[in-house]
Each structure stands twice: as structure tokens, then as C-alpha cells.
Write a protein that binds this ligand. Sequence first.
Ligand code: SAH
Length: 349
Amino acid sequence: MKKVETKKKDIRALTREQLRDFFVENGDKAFRGNQVYEWLWQRSAHSFDVMTNVSKETRSMLEANFVINHIKVDLMQRSSDGTIKNAVRLHDDLVVESVLIPTKTRTTACVSSQVGCSLDCLFCATSRLKRMRNLNPDEIYDQVVAIDNESRLYFDRPLSNIVFMGMGEPLMNYKNVLSAIDKITSPEGLGMSAKRITVSTSGVPKIIKKMADAGVKFKLAVSLHSAIDEIRTSIMPFNTTFNLTDLREALEYWYNKTKSRITYEYVVWEGINDTQKDARALVDFCRFAPAKVNLIEYNPIDDGAFQQASKKAVEMYVDVLEKNGITVTVRRSRGKDIDAACGQLANKS
Ligand code: SAH
């Protein structure tokens, strides 16, 4: 006989209040909601069975009404430099990737915010995947928990930092990203400081302003790659919609409200943005507020359309930026051998 499955609700889509109400409506005490909430978030329960401080009957009742759509790490790969990449299976069998990046003093989790990506950066492997859907807050949270566990297991220390630099454009999934960060920073969740979280965006002006208004405490990084509209549009076509004038205006608004320094991510490519003129445009663009520029190494993604610029060109950038009082760092790639570096996340395995 064919089993008829009624669609059960994802219990982690409920707020603490809603969960408390659910118990009251079902003739139980409101505080039962607190107990279950703690199991779901602080203790990352994968099933109702483990909730040993609630009765068997209650657990069965929860089972009958809800599901816990916990992520599953399908495949974990380790790079020769210690970087770990997780292929994460979601409840509907879609897959995203997240990365653990260890240094001497830190462990950073690089998490995904969408399945695929809404944007069209020509140099990024993820942009070739169609955006299938946004991740839910719990799916973002679970990626962080999985990496925190791996950090404790393999590096003997908890996770220290989180960057939203995995698959997807976090500002195109703003509500869920914010809600995940609320859980990550809440004492009811992981209790991490928002200052250790960086949200990276290709630049969606309207949402940058909205975040500034919301008084968020995490850091902002902007994938700039060119401060000249024509060039930026040629490598990041959505720049025709979200152009540099609007982006700059939004960033100025952000800085005035948050007083939080902005980081710019920037790859220097041969024949694209490797001249003095490009470097000076970058200086002009970020002059309005304290800024830091991360010059990221390009991670080739197959077709050879983009080439990392020469060492000399990168040094020229460092020189121009430093002379103008802008902090600059040159970033080496991590996890290249397992396709875990920036722009390489594309579910290849
Ligand atoms: N959508 C967000 C976050 C994901 S990308 C954003 O654009 O910021 C994370 C960073 O990797 C971005 O700075 C992006 O521009 C950069 N990146 C993308 N493809 C890359 C590649 N092939 N090599 C190096 N960096 C890349």
C-alpha cells in the first residue's frame, strides 16, 4: 500500500515564542517549548529521540507534526594545507559547499548562503550554477556547527571566525542570512561575537543601506575587482544594475551609520585591471571612509579567460594603496587542490 506523506513543517522555522505557543495549544506547558528550542539550536539535535528531558509521548507528538531538516555532510575533503571542504546535502537533496580554513591562530568557516548564485561574475565557478534556491537560516547555521565540530576534532579549538564567502550572494538572501547570524551570535545558539563574522557581497546598494539601518554588528566586505564602471561591468555584468555610483553612495551611508571599516576584495587580472589607472581609481573609490583592500590571488576556473596579473602589477597596487594610506594585504589562496578556494565552489564532486 502506498504511504501517504503529509508535509510536515520544519520545526526550526518556528521562533521560540511559536514553539511555546504550540505546546500550550496542545495542552502542555510553555516551558517545554524552551527545552525543545534549546535542543534544536544550542545542542543541534538531529532527531527528536535525543531529547531525553522530554517524555516519549511528547517526542512522538513532535515527530508526528514536524521534521528536523538537518544538513548532512556527504563528503569531507582535506587539502594538503589543512583546509577542509564539506559537501553538504540538504533535505531536498541539493548540495552546497562550505570550507574550514585553519591558520596558526584562527579557524575560519566559509559558508554558503544560496544553492547556486543569483549573480553572474564571469570569473567565478559558482555563477555557472543556476540559483536553485535560498538557504534557510537553519541550513546556514548547521554549516557553521559542522565546521565548529571539525575544528574541535582536528584542530583542538573552537571555530573563531565566519565569512559568508561560500556559494551565493548573501544580500540576495538577506532575511535568512540575518536570521542565521542572530542564532549564531545568540547565547541560545553558538554565542559567537558578531565582530567575528564578515558578510561578503558583490554590492547590492539597497540592502547595504537596509543593513546599516538595522544596526548590524558584523563586518562588511565588498567584492569590488574594479572601480571603473565599464571594466566592472565587463567582468560582473550585474554592475549595470548596481553601478559603482550607487554602490559607493550606499557604502558611505553604511560607514556613517556603523563606523565600521569596509574591506574590499580585489583580484588583479592581466590585461583587465592591472594598470596604474586602475589602481588610482580604486584609491579614489575607497577614500571616503577607512578601508582595507585584500588583494586575492586568482583561482583559475577552467577556460583560461582570466589570468592572474604579474607579481609586479600586484606590487604596483600595494605601492599605490599604501602611499595613499589604505591598508592592503596580499592573500594567498587556500585549499586549491580540493577546489575549495575563493570562486572554486561548484559541487564538482
Ligand atoms: N557573492 C559574495 C560571496 C561569494 S564570493 C561576493 O561576491 O562577495 C567570495 C569571494 O571570492 C568574492 O570576493 C569573489 O569575488 C571572489 N572570487 C570569485 N571567484 C574567484 C576566483 N576564481 N578567484 C579568486 N577569487 C574569486
